[in-house]
Design a binder for this molecule. Structure first.
Ligand SMILES: [Cu+2]
Length: 358
């Protein structure tokens, strides 16, 4: 009922507005004036309106940015993230200044020099001084941004030492699997040809380096203050591993390995205190629209101290342990008698089929 009444009020309001305009037109006709003619007083009114609306616009841009700042990501939780945030703020400072200067001038000039019949515009075809100013200043500013940005990027992606912990992030429609490289810190070989219902990452179980690898889903942990290198893979389409709080994002491309490394500097607990949100969790998201359930492709990340991390990782089974647990019971001695019995032979088949999965 309320929405119907609101709708009615809006419709009646529009009709009334239309009628009022019509009255103006008719009264102008009676007075013998042309409603479409623009006179000096109209121009003056518009110059004033432009000044008011333009100033309100510039003010609102800064005011809304200020009151909405809480909607931005919390402060960076990785070492390089701090550098990225500084770069980001540096860019915004330049953009904000350029925006303020150009818009104040634009609005002020458009308002002050509104059309007056007696005004004569000044015409000049060229000014070297002006050309130099608007070429050199933007060139210098843009060069600074680019050189600063590239030098930061080179620092961020600089090669890491050999002993840095390796974690694979494996993307497929529509979930993530993290694989820790285990004690040898080497990921075992994998190939999409080996992918099947039980081996979703296509890991080569005959590779000795696979044995101590650890697979985790839904949530993975990282030790605070330790550099971690991620190797990204995708099984099907391009996904993008996005860890916003660590200011990290990298595409996961089928058929190739991409990588990114960073050092978390704040534990989940510290971040919960900082954001005053006891439910806060770091998150890994897919940031490429990769299909119907893309929205649901995420994994929680827990950052904790080294001891808790080791404890957590220790509680997980390695691939070798998993295979052992899943391995069938030692085969029963098969006699000629048992082979001839149809029920038993079915059992033998089942055991063989199970073993062939690994
Ligand atoms: Cu995806």
């Amino acid at each position: 009922m309320i929405s119907f009444l609101t709708f009615l009020v809006i419709v009646l309001g529009l009709i009334t507005f239309g009628r009022i305009i019509r009255i103006f037109e008719l009264s102008a006709q009676l007075r013998g004036t042309d409603v479409n003619a623009v006179n000096a007083s109209d121009n003056k009114t518009h110059s004033l309106l432009l000044l008011i609306m333009g100033s309100a616009f510039v003010f609102m841009v800064f005011y809304m940015t200020y009151i909405m700042k809480d909607k931005l990501l919390p402060s960076a939780a990785s070492e390089h993230g701090v550098a990225i945030d500084t770069l980001f703020k540096f860019n915004w400072a330049i953009l904000g200044t350029a925006f303020l200067i150009t818009h104040v001038l634009l609005i002020f000039f458009a308002s002050k020099y509104y059309f007056k019949k007696e005004h004569k515009p000044v015409f000049f075809a060229h000014s070297t001084k002006l050309e130099l100013i608007w070429t050199l200043i933007p060139a210098a500013v843009l060069s600074t941004i680019i050189v600063y940005g590239i030098s930061k990027w080179n620092q961020i992606v600089a090669p890491v030492e050999d002993n840095v912990m390796v974690i694979e992030l494996y993307a497929k429609q529509f979930d993530w699997t993290a694989r820790y490289a285990g004690d040898d810190n080497q990921l075992g070989k994998a190939s999409f040809r080996a992918v099947d219902g039980n081996n979703t990452l296509g890991i080569d179980y005959t590779d000795p380096q696979s044995a101590d690898d650890i697979l985790v889903r839904n949530e993975f942990h990282l030790p605070v203050g330790k550099e971690v290198i991620f190797k990204f893979h995708s099984r099907d389409v391009i996904h993008s591993a996005y860890m916003p709080h660590f200011r990290a994002q990298m595409n996961c491309v089928p058929g190739m390995t991409t990588q990114f490394h960073f050092k978390p500097i704040k534990t989940t607990e510290e971040m919960r205190v900082e954001t005053a949100n006891d439910k806060f969790d770091y998150i890994l998201l897919c940031n490429k629209i990769c299909g119907a359930s893309h929205f649901n492709m995420q994994m929680n990340i827990i950052v904790e101290d080294e001891t808790s991390f080791r404890q957590w990782l220790g509680s997980k089974k390695t691939i070798a342990e998993d295979l052992k647990a899943a391995a069938p019971a030692p085969p029963v001695e098969v006699t000629t008698d048992s082979l001839s019995a149809p029920a038993d032979s079915a059992k033998v088949h089942a055991v063989t089929a199970d073993a062939s999965k690994h």
